[in-house]
Every structure is written in structure tokens, then in C-alpha cells.
Design a protein around this ligand. Sequence first.
Ligand SMILES: [Zn+2]
Length: 198
Amino acid sequence: MTHHFDDEGNIAKGMPKQARELAGFQAMIVDAFTQQQQDDGEKPSIPCFKKNCKGVIDILHSIITYCIHWSCPVCQVGGILYDWRGTKWDNTSGHGIKTTAIEKAGRLWFNRLTDNIVIPFSAVIISGLNEVLPKDTQVIVTKITDYFDQCGVMVEITVGRECYTIPLCELAVSDILTENFKPVDEYLSWWFSLLDEG
Ligand SMILES: [Zn+2]
């Protein structure tokens, strides 16, 4: 996000109005998210900036790259903020995002899967994400991309010619005889046991 800023770290004045609004909104997300990290509070509830949209922004963060992923569940606007650390809206005073015990375990799972999974492999959607990716859709997993809090390991998939990034926990390996089955199955058992614990 640093390219939105002038030499003094302020939102650049020469930007077109729309870009300024977006940059201001992204700064607000960084401010609220990093403040919540400091306070250990609830995730901030930020209303969507789009006119007439009543959505509340979902905020996820990566425990691998530390990027902040934000999106509006209603109008689907969203983005990923990479270079937010050290900006004037970063309230972590250089300490960065705290990693919880679960997230530390999640990072180990991410590394384990990255090291052991043979890519690409066939999988099937188990719960039905939306109209585009209903239950039982056959997909090809092409890449393990990241690990987001609340979503776990993220993977890139292709369906026909389309490409999506979704949580691995939405998938099951199609062929139980492949070497990928066991590590993915063990990861899924761990992930769903977290959900059961609440
Ligand atoms: Zn919206």
C-alpha cells in the first residue's frame, strides 16, 4: 500500500478522488486492525465504504506474509495490503502482529503441507462455497498459497479455465490412494478439531 503515500507517509494529495478515498479507507483498516492487535479485542467492525452498501468489512491476516486481506461480503469489494508495517497507521509500534499458539501450530501445518504435498492434485468441494463452487465440484489444486487466521491454509484451484483461491478446509482429496491424502486428511482433522473447540 506504500505507493499511495507521499514522501512524508501521508496519503498523496495529487491522487484522483476515488483513489484517495480507497487509500483513506485502507489506512482506516490498518489503524483499526493493528489497534485491535494491541488491545487483544474483538475484530473491528468497519462499514463498507461503497455508497449504499450496508456490508461490514471482513478482515483476515496472513501468518505467513503478514498481509491484511479485507473484503466486503455484500458488494465483494476487497483487497490485500502488504506494506502496512511501519506506516503511520500501524499501531503495533514495530512489534508486528502477535501470533497465537494456534497460529504457530498453523504455520507448522503450512510448512508441512508445502513440503509434502505433490502439486497439482485433484480434489472435490465438500461443503459448497457459493453458486460458482457448489458441493461436489471437481477441482485441481495448483498451489498452496498462504495461511489466514479464520481460514487456515489457502490453496489456488482451477475449475475449467477459472482460477480461485479458497481455504483448503473446503476440499477433500479425490483419490485416497495418493500420497497427498494422508497429510491433507491430518490437516483437516486438526482444523476441524479447532472449530469443535470453538
Ligand atoms: Zn460493500
